[in-house]
Design a protein around this ligand. Structure first.
Ligand code: ZN
Length: 430
C-alpha cells in the first residue's frame, strides 16, 4: 500500500535510490491513497524494477497521476542531464530515478476504482476507497484481510473548507494508520479571505500586479474558487486573473470534471450555471511565449503560477520582472520550506537571487497560512472520534517525529486508545 518518493533534503532524497525492501516482482498490487508525489511518485520506479500488477486508486487520483507522473519523470531526466553536463555527480553517468517511459508504463497499470466500490487486490483481500477530502481523489484506504480490518487515513483533509467534502468518517478498524503532518499544530482561526481581499485591493489601488505562487494541484483551485466567491460577494474588484501554469490548467480541468467530490457549496455553484474555478475575467496561458507576454501586461491583474515556494517554475520570471516595482503585491498561500526563495521573501529579504541576478524587493509581501489541505491536530482528533469503537492499535505515520509523537500522546490521553508512532522498517501484525 502506498508508493511515495522521499522529498526535501538530499539525505532523504538519497533514500529513493536504496534497494526496495522486497523484490518488486513479488508485489501483487499497489493501492494509492492520492496523487501527491510523496504518496505516488515511486510507482514508476517500482514498475522499472519489474512490478507488473495493477495500481489501484480513485478516479480523481488516476486523472491527476496522468498529469503528475510524466512531469516528475521529466524533472528526473532534466536533473540527470544537468548533472552530467556540469559533471556535478558522484555517479558516472548520473541516471534518472525513472524515465518518461517508466511513467507511461506505470500509468498503463493504473486501475481507477469508484469511491465505495469494493475491489480485490489479492486473494482473500478486500479493499475500498473513501474520500478523505485532502485533494481531488484523495482516499482513506480500508483493507479487510482474514477477518481483520486495516484502515489507512491517507492524507486527511479539513472540515468546512471550500471545494472538497469533509473527510468521511470510518466506523471501525483493527489497525489504524493515521497521518500526523499537523499532529502538533492548529491552523489559524481565519479562512484566509481577509488577506486575499487586502492583497487584491492593494493591487487594484496601485494598478499593480498581484503575484500568487501556488502549487498546481489543490491550492491553485482553492485560490481560483475563493477569488470567484469574493468577486461575487462584492468583496474584491473584478480584475483579470491569469492562470500561468500548464499543470495547474490541467488540474483545474480535472477538478471541474469530478463534481461528485465537491462539497455542497461548490455543487450549488454548478447547479445555478456557474463555473466554480472561474473568476469573472479569466485567462489561461499555456505556451512559454504566452507566459512571457504577461511581462507586458499592465496591472491591476492577478497571476497565479508555480512553483508554490518560488523554487522554480514560471513564477520566477514574473518575480524577476516585478519584484522591484513597489506597485507589485506578492501573496504566498502555502507553506514555505527553509532555503526556498519563498521563505526568504516571507522572512523579509530585501533582495533575492533569480536566474543568477540579484533582484531588489520593493513589492509588498503578504502571507496566509489558512489554506492548508491537511487536517490539523483538532481535525484529526475530530475524525478519530467518528470511530464507534477504538481500533485495537493506532499508529501515527507521515509526520515529522515531534508531530507524530504529539499526536500519539493526544490519542492516548484524550481518546484513551492504544497508539504509537510507526517506526521506519517495523513489521506489525494487523
Ligand atoms: Zn498529500
Amino acid at each position: 500500500m502506498e508508493c511515495g518518493l522521499f522529498q526535501g533534503l538530499r539525505e532523504l532524497r538519497e533514500r529513493n535510490w536504496r534497494a526496495f525492501p522486497v523484490p518488486a516482482t513479488s508485489i501483487d498490487a499497489v493501492l494509492l491513497s492520492h496523487a501527491h508525489l510523496d504518496h505516488s511518485g515511486y510507482a514508476p520506479r517500482l514498475v522499472r524494477e519489474g512490478f507488473a500488477g495493477p495500481i489501484y486508486c480513485s478516479r480523481g487520483t488516476a486523472e491527476l497521476l496522468r498529469i503528475m507522473l510524466p512531469d516528475a519523470a521529466h524533472l528526473q531526466e532534466e536533473e540527470a542531464e544537468f548533472r552530467n553536463r556540469k559533471r556535478a555527480t558522484r555517479h558516472q553517468p548520473a541516471l534518472p530515478l525513472f524515465t518518461t517511459a517508466d511513467a507511461a508504463a506505470a500509468l498503463a497499470q493504473v486501475t481507477p476504482v469508484a469511491f465505495g466500490e469494493p475491489l480485490t487486490p489479492g486473494r482473500g483481500i478486500d479493499a475500498t476507497f473513501h474520500p478523505s477530502g485532502h485533494i481531488l481523489g484523495a482516499s482513506i484506504v480500508d483493507v479487510a484481510l482474514a477477518g481483520r480490518r486495516l484502515v489507512y487515513s491517507g492524507d486527511l483533509g479539513r472540515y468546512d473548507v471550500p471545494v472538497m467534502k469533509d473527510p468521511v468518517p470510518i466506523a471501525a478498524a483493527d489497525t489504524l494508520l493515521i497521518e500526523s503532518t499537523y499532529g502538533n499544530r492548529e491552523h489559524p482561526d481565519d479562512d484566509g479571505t481577509d488577506v486575499i481581499v487586502r492583497a487584491v485591493e492593494r493591487a487594484a489601488r496601485r494598478r499593480g500586479m498581484l503575484l500568487m505562487p501556488a502549487f498546481a494541484i489543490g491550492r491553485t483551485q482553492d485560490v481560483l474558487y475563493l477569488l470567484r466567491e469574493l468577486e461575487e460577494a462584492g468583496r474584491i474588484p473584478r480584475v483579470p486573473v491569469y492562470l500561468d501554469t500548464p499543470m495547474g490548467v490541467a488540474a483545474t480541468a480535472a477538478y471541474e470534471k469530478h463534481r461528485d467530490e465537491h462539497d455542497a457549496a461548490a455543487r450549488h455553484v454548478v447547479a445555478r450555471g456557474g463555473r466554480p474555478f472561474m473568476p469573472a475575467t479569466f485567462q489561461v496561458t499555456r505556451s512559454v511565449d504566452e507566459s512571457k507576454a504577461l511581462n507586458d501586461v499592465d496591472g491591476p491583474a492577478i497571476i497565479i503560477a508555480g512553483s508554490g515556494m518560488a523554487a522554480g517554475g514560471r513564477i520566477l520570471h514574473h518575480l524577476r520582472r516585478r519584484l522591484a516595482d513597489e506597485r507589485t503585491t506578492v501573496l504566498f498561500v502555502g507553506y514555505q520550506a527553509v532555503g526556498t526563495r519563498g521563505r526568504l521573501l516571507r522572512d523579509g529579504a530585501r533582495e533575492i537571487r533569480i536566474f543568477g541576478e540579484m533582484v531588489p524587493v520593493r513589492a509588498a509581501i503578504m502571507v496566509t497560512d489558512a489554506l492548508s489541505a491537511h487536517a490539523d491536530r483538532a481535525e484529526i482528533l475530530r475524525w478519530l472520534r467518528g470511530f464507534r469503537r477504538p481500533p485495537r492499535m493506532t499508529y501515527a505515520v507521515h509526520g515529522e517525529p515531534p508531530a507524530a509523537a504529539a499526536l500519539r500522546d493526544a490519542i492516548v490521553k484524550e481518546l484513551g486508545w492504544r497508539a504509537d508512532v510507526a517506526a521506519d522498517g517495523a513489521r506489525v501484525e494487523v
